[in-house]
Design a protein around this ligand. Structure first.
Ligand code: BGC
Length: 766
């Protein structure tokens, strides 16, 4: 077992934390979380927690939502029982490891192997001392499985030791229905979901099995006589299943999974898990030479991105904090489609498809939300759970500690276009026609229809969308938000395109779909008219989009005067003044430029970026990545690099941003976006992909893999030799457009071309 506890030797693959600071413990738990898209286990101490109130030893199961029976109830993901709890004691009481006493509690995240390691020493005065090594993971090859290993060496003491392994907190959010020695079944209070967990636990002393001295439901305990030099190994395999309705039996699933896992043993469980990680890394690793901090940051991002998705469960999506923390109650936002999907689409299409199928399965919720408000089509929930019904809380405590109304659920409507954008991007990059015909087209049509009913014609001959919130949430109830309107127009156009395509290529399916959606030629004609006359706020003289009607007249606050502030700008200025100012919470027109660069003719991309970038207060963790992406595309790589490191710091630096509530998974996705779409200048085109690299001076090289329409590609940008090398590792020949010039690529003919130095012209075509 000791060997399994050895981390990967290469420092670029591991994250270490030697500190033991009670105030930062919750941040460490987040950062070192292991998860697999179904299960998440924060890196809380497993052994003898003596500081329970400071930490949240949370275990999560994707999709395990419940809605409390309160006024204005908000559905939330509930905690699953903590399956990792261990207590070690002497006959007279626990051996306590607490802060301020004895050595610290180093943690290691072995990103290559997808597991977390911990060490600690427990002492009782000078009489007893034991050293512990711990390992945990949740399996990437069988997502229902978790493993815990504990290796204990007695340094000192000849005394009776008791070790107890148990499940804790089962009654925190759940009601237990059945508890047996190796099995537990719980249900949620209101949502009709059930959770089953089973465990096989074994203890060996110097290689000999020791049967438990006492057994209780989900509690095993052993007492033995310790002696110096003794080696004790605990192994615990856990299986977990969730059911969403009465006709599924999660108990049978976990029992079967457990008996399979027990038969194969923890070594084989671990081997399969490590193989699954090796496969994920071979498709998704990003290599940066010359900037060790950037290398660590992007690997950390890719580790958490690979940990967050589950290609096998199309009923769940990724919450704003993945399965790493409780913030945002597990709710799903636009973060998934805009910041995460590109990573999955281009490195793990099966996971991307599953995430989009979640939006397909929640279409009815989106249709109901639109209908309730008198609109047609699909208006997706701004905060979504398992039903697709709107889950945004109506009120919250604002930055100034006042109770404020939350209007995003009603007004942040661009979500429908964001979902459509991801559907289109997925189809473009994978060519998955079966998905398009069975699910994607319906999403595109229903969101297109939403916008066509939402935008209203006015006396100026244009269609307007009034009363919304754009990505910049500092400004509410605004009219004609450029991001919303241009994305809406794009959405309607793609809906029309898919309608034409289905009619031509899949006429039978198209006829059925039209009948089911009650869609006819008159509808399509109306949509065309709306798209053609959508107000966008573009000033043809300056090339600037006005972020929303009246934005240019607001107070222009010089943000450089507030450099070094430790709180967001809406706290500095107060909510009301912020609303009357041009201060932006996060990329808005800049986000539009990131997503639809073709909407910005000639130099107007740069013009808009130069105008809006200094007005942004980056009050959201989603903001810096979008700015970095655009800066890199525009060739300002040093500014982009600064944004890269600021984004990396959100979850990695022990600065003011507390991350106890979970990893900012959108920021992690944003790091990948910035690297691949920004520095490498990737664009998805109808005839293949485009690349237009602009690397920061300190990056000697950048390498990553991509999946494109059934092909695997390896890209390497070598700054030392000023070369771009693209090779096709599998699949049919294809076209790659480099700085606007098409090149052909085939299995036997890699592409090697010169790269341009930063700040030269770039390729913004798509
Ligand atoms: C941001 C949203 C984001 C949400 C969840 C908010 O603070 O403004 O854009 O979707 O957090 O990450």
């Amino acid at each position: 077992m000791k060997q399994a506890l050895e981390p990967t030797a290469d420092a670029a693959w591991v994250l270490n934390d030697d500190g033991c600071d009670p105030l930062r413990e919750s941040d460490r738990e987040t950062r070192f979380t292991v998860s697999n898209g179904f299960l998440g286990a924060r890196a809380s101490h497993a052994v003898n927690r003596s500081f329970r109130r400071l930490v949240s030893p949370n275990s999560y199961v994707a999709g395990l939502f419940d809605t409390p029976d309160t006024d204005r109830p908000v559905p939330e993901r509930v905690f699953a029982p903590d399956w990792l709890d261990v207590r070690i004691g002497l006959a007279g009481g626990p051996l306590v490891h607490h802060f301020g006493q004895g050595p610290s509690h180093p943690l290691t995240l072995d990103m290559r192997r997808g597991l977390a390691l911990a060490e600690c020493r427990l002492v009782e005065g000078a009489a007893v001392s034991v050293r512990l090594g711990l390992l945990r993971f949740v399996s990437l090859s069988r997502r229902s499985l978790g493993l815990q290993l504990l290796h204990l060496e007695v340094d000192q003491g000849a005394t009776d030791i008791t070790l107890e392994a148990s499940f804790e907190g089962g009654d925190h959010d759940l009601i237990s229905e059945r508890l047996e020695t190796e099995f537990g079944l719980w249900r949620t209070h209101h949502s009709g979901k059930r959770l089953a967990m089973a465990a096989a636990v074994a203890l060996r002393i110097d290689g000999q099995d020791l049967p438990p001295t006492a057994l209780a439901p989900l509690k095993w305990s052993w007492t033995w006589r310790a002696r110096p030099g003794q080696v004790v190994c605990l192994e615990r395999i856990v299986t977990v299943a969730r059911s969403d309705g009465p006709d599924q039996d999660p108990g049978a699933i976990v029992r079967k999974e457990l008996s399979d896992a027990r038969r194969s043993g923890w070594r084989s469980v671990m081997e399969q898990h490590e193989t699954a990680w090796a496969n994920r890394w071979s498709c998704s690793d990003v290599e940066v030479e010359g900037d060790a901090a950037a290398q660590k940051a992007i690997r950390f991002a890719v580790y958490h991105l690979n940990s967050a998705a589950n290609p096998d469960d199309p009923r769940v999506s990724i919450g704003a904090r993945g399965l790493t923390g409780a913030d945002y109650r597990g709710h799903v936002f636009w973060d998934t489609e805009i910041f995460l999907l590109p990573f999955y689409i281009l490195t793990w299409p099966e996971a991307a498809r599953s995430l989009l199928m979640y939006r397909f399965h929640t279409l009815d919720g989106a249709r109901a939300k639109a209908a309730e408000r008198g609109w047609r089509g699909a208006f997706y929930a701004w905060e979504s759970t398992d039903t697709g019904l709107e889950a945004t809380p109506e009120q919250a405590v604002g930055p100034d500690r006042q109770i404020i109304d939350i209007l995003t659920g009603a007004q942040e409507q661009h979500i429908s276009a964001d979902v459509a954008y991801a559907v289109w991007q997925y189809w473009q990059a994978t060519g998955d026609d079966e998905f398009l015909v069975a699910a994607g087209a319906e999403i595109l049509l229903e969101t297109g229809r939403f916008w066509a009913s939402r935008a209203q014609p006015e006396a100026d001959g244009l269609h307007h969308i009034r009363g919304v919130i754009g990505p910049d949430e500092y400004h509410e109830a605004i009219d004609d938000n450029a991001f919303t309107n241009v994305m809406a127009r794009w959405n309607i156009r793609r809906a029309l395109e898919v309608a034409a395509m289905l009619g031509e290529r899949w006429p039978a399916e198209w006829t059925i779909l039209c009948r089911r959606l009650d869609l006819d030629e008159a509808d399509l004609g109306h949509w065309t008219g709306v798209a053609e006359t959508m107000a966008t706020g573009l000033d043809p003289d300056t090339g600037l989009f006005e972020q929303f009607t009246g934005y240019f007249d607001l107070e222009d606050v010089d943000l450089s005067a507030y450099a070094g502030r430790s709180v967001p700008m809406d706290v500095v200025l107060g909510r009301e003044r912020t609303q009357r100012s041009q201060v932006i919470k996060q990329a808005d027109v800049v986000a539009l430029l990131a997503l639809l660069p073709e909407e910005f003719a000639g130099e107007t991309g740069a013009t808009n970026f130069r105008y809006y970038e200094p007005r942004c207060g980056h009050g959201s963790s989603l903001s810096t990545a979008m700015h970095g992406l655009v800066a890199a595309r525009l060739g300002d790589v040093e500014m982009a690099l600064d944004y890269f490191h600021r984004t990396a710091a959100i979850d990695l630096a022990d600065t003011k941003v507390a991350i106890g509530g979970g990893i900012h998974i959108a920021a992690q996705g944003g790091l990948w976006l910035m690297t691949v779409f920004g520095f490498a200048g990737l664009s998805l085109r109808s005839d293949g992909i485009g690349l237009a690299p602009h690397l920061p001076a300190s990056w000697l090289s950048l390498g990553f893999g991509l999946q494109w329409r059934g092909r695997s590609l390896a890209v390497r940008i070598d700054q030392t030799n000023q070369k771009l090398d693209v090779s096709l590792e599998s699949g049919q020949p294809m076209i790659i457009t480099i700085y606007g010039q098409p090149h052909s690529l085939s299995l036997d003919q890699a592409l090697v071309t010169d790269i341009k130095r930063p700040r030269q012209s770039d390729d913004r075509s798509r």
